[in-house]
Design a protein around this ligand. Structure first.
Ligand SMILES: [Zn+2]
Length: 147
């Protein structure tokens, strides 16, 4: 044990307006037992109907053949990002702020976005967005990316 041990970043990390956020799926899945049905509800109407339950569960358990990594949301995620999230009505004006942030991140294929960038997408003040998504309660796995 060295006395030069740096402080625990999870305690001292404070996100700013330029801090990027992304959806941490592991965190979401670990903390929300109904994440799967919530996730499915973001599919557009056509895809909700075209994917029956069996197909959805097959897709959800996809395994990356190269790394062997089980990426549970891979296939449905592809459909969601490439089609459903690109629909005009995916980001609704009257949605809650957290839901809008979640949708904006999906539309961006979960490439991290800062409060500043999110502000331009969902037309809400960046300070309000930052305060909401950096609070103690993690909403659907939305967490800051530490670089
Ligand atoms: Zn769709």
């Amino acid at each position: 044990m060295s006395s030069n041990t740096p402080p625990n970043p999870t305690i001292f990390f404070k996100p700013g307006i330029e801090t990027k956020f992304r959806i941490d799926f592991e965190h979401w899945q670990a903390n929300d037992p109904s994440w799967k049905s919530t996730f499915q509800s973001y599919l557009c109407e056509t895809h909700q109907q075209s994917l029956n339950e069996e197909q959805q569960s097959l897709m959800i358990d996809s395994v990356n053949p190269e790394t062997g990594e089980v990426t549970q949301v891979d296939q449905m995620w592809d459909i969601l990002v490439s089609h459903c999230a690109q629909q005009d009505d995916f980001i609704l004006e009257n949605a809650t702020l957290t839901d809008s942030v979640f949708r904006a991140l999906i539309r961006n294929a979960n490439e991290p976005l800062s409060a500043e960038e999110l502000s331009q997408i969902i037309s809400k003040p960046a300070e309000v967005i930052l305060k909401t998504i950096s609070g103690p309660r993690v909403y659907r796995g939305i967490r800051p990316v530490r670089e």
